[in-house]
Design a protein around this ligand. Structure first.
Ligand SMILES: [Zn+2]
Length: 346
C-alpha cells in the first residue's frame, strides 16, 4: 500500500509540482519521501525515483535495484562477466571537454572522466570493458590527450559498469588503480576470465579517505560506504575559463540490496552526510555522478558547445545549494526506504 500510494504521489508531483507538498504526511515514510521530493525538484528526479522506491517489494527502478546494489564477491564476479558489447547505436557518445581540465569520456548511460593535471591524467571511473577503447582511449585522442599520460585510475566502486576498464589501463599504461579497501577484496576474488580482467592491487583507500595529488591538482577522496562497502566519493577543483570551480562526485547511488540490514542503511546515510559536508566545506557548486541518469552528464556535455550569454553559467555549475539538495535526496530516500523495509518486516 505504501509503495502504491507514494508512487502515485511521486509521479503526481511530477505533474503537479509543488502543489502536493502542502499535503500532510501520512507517515514518517511519507515525510521523508516528501523531503526528498522537495529537494529533488526537477533536477534530480531519476535519483529520487530510483532511490525512494527501491528496496521495498519488487524492484521498481529500471533493471532492478538489487542487480546493481549487491556487494557480495559472488555477485560482483557475476556482474564482472558482463554482457556482450551491446549495439553501439544504443550507447556511443562523443567525448567532450567539460571544463578547462576535465573531460567527459562516457557512454550515454555511464560516465568516465579525465582530470588533466600538470603531471598527467587522472581517470575517474572507467566503464564496461567494451567501452575502454571507443570511449576512453579514442576519446582522449579525439580531445588531444595522450592515454600514455594516464597516471591514476580512481574507481568509485567495484561494479562492472564502473571498473571493467581499470585492468586494461593499468596493464597498458602502468596507471595506478585506486579503490576502496573492501572493494579491492571483492575485485581480487573475480576469476581471471572476468570481463576486462582483474587489476592488481595498487592503492587501497581506508575509512579515513585520502588526498590524491598529481602535479598541481589534489583530489580529496572520501570513503562513503553504502552502495558497496568500499564506495568512494570525491571533491576536486577544476578550472572554468581560468576560474576555480569545485566539484563534488557521488560515487555510489542505489540501495536496492540493503533489505532489512539497518546498519547498512545507517552507514549509507552517514556517508551521504559526510560527502555533503566535504562538498559544502570545499564550496562545491558542481555535482557529478557516474550515471548520466543522475547528473544529466550526457545532456549537459552537449550543451558545452552552446554559446554562453553574459550572466549565464556553465551548464554543470548548479550552485552550492543544488549540490546539497542532491545529497538530501539520497539521505531522505534512504531514510524512508529503511523505515519501509523495517515496517515490512514486522
Ligand atoms: Zn554500482
Amino acid at each position: 500500500m505504501h509503495v502504491t500510494r507514494t508512487l502515485i504521489a511521486a509521479f503526481g508531483s511530477a505533474l503537479l509540482g509543488a502543489a502536493l507538498s502542502a499535503q500532510v504526511p501520512a507517515s514518517d515514510v511519507d515525510a521523508h519521501i516528501n523531503a526528498a521530493r522537495a529537494a529533488a525538484g526537477l533536477d534530480y528526479r531519476a535519483t529520487f525515483v530510483n532511490l525512494c522506491f527501491a528496496g521495498a517489494g519488487p524492484p521498481l527502478a529500471r533493471g532492478g535495484g538489487a542487480a546493481r546494489g549487491a556487494p557480495t564477491p559472488g555477485a560482483a564476479a557475476g556482474r564482472a562477466a558482463g554482457p556482450a558489447t551491446p549495439d553501439r547505436a544504443m550507447w556511443y557518445a562523443s567525448p567532450y571537454r567539460i571544463f578547462d581540465n576535465l573531460y567527459w569520456l562516457g557512454t550515454r548511460q555511464h560516465s568516465s572522466w579525465a582530470l588533466r593535471t600538470s603531471e598527467g591524467l587522472i581517470i575517474l571511473d572507467t566503464n564496461f570493458a567494451w567501452a575502454t577503447q571507443p570511449e576512453i582511449l579514442d576519446g582522449l585522442k579525439t580531445l588531444g590527450l595522450d592515454p600514455r599520460d594516464i597516471k591514476y585510475v580512481v574507481i568509485s566502486h567495484a561494479h562492472g559498469d564502473h571498473d571493467q576498464g581499470a585492468a586494461e589501463l593499468q596493464r597498458r599504461y602502468s596507471a595506478k588503480v585506486v579503490m576502496g579497501a573492501p572493494d579491492w577484496e571483492s575485485t581480487l576474488q573475480r576469476p581471471a576470465t572476468a570481463a576486462g580482467g582483474v587489476p592488481t592491487r595498487d592503492i587501497s583507500v581506508g575509512p579515513d579517505g585520502m588526498k590524491l595529488t598529481l602535479g598541481d591538482t589534489t583530489v580529496t577522496i572520501v570513503a562513503t560506504p553504502g552502495h558497496t562497502p568500499g564506495t568512494l566519493s570525491y571533491v576536486f577543483p577544476v578550472k572554468d575559463r581560468g576560474g576555480n570551480v569545485m566539484v563534488a562526485y557521488s560515487g555510489g547511488t542505489l540501495t536496492g540490496a540493503f533489505g532489512t540490514d539497518a546498519a547498512r542503511w545507517d552507514e549509507y546515510v552517514a556517508s551521504q552526510k559526510k560527502i555533503a559536508k566535504a562538498a559544502a566545506d570545499a564550496g562545491a557548486t558542481v555535482i557529478l555522478s557516474n550515471h548520466s541518469e543522475y547528473d544529466n552528464a550526457y545532456t549537459k556535455a552537449r550543451l558545452i558547445a552552446v554559446k554562453r550569454e553574459v550572466g549565464e553559467d556553465h551548464p554543470f555549475v548548479a550552485g552550492a545549494a543544488a549540490v546539497q539538495r542532491y545529497f538530501t535526496v539520497m539521505t531522505e530516500c534512504a531514510t524512508a526506504s529503511k523505515l519501509r523495509a523495517t515496517a515490512n518486516q514486522r
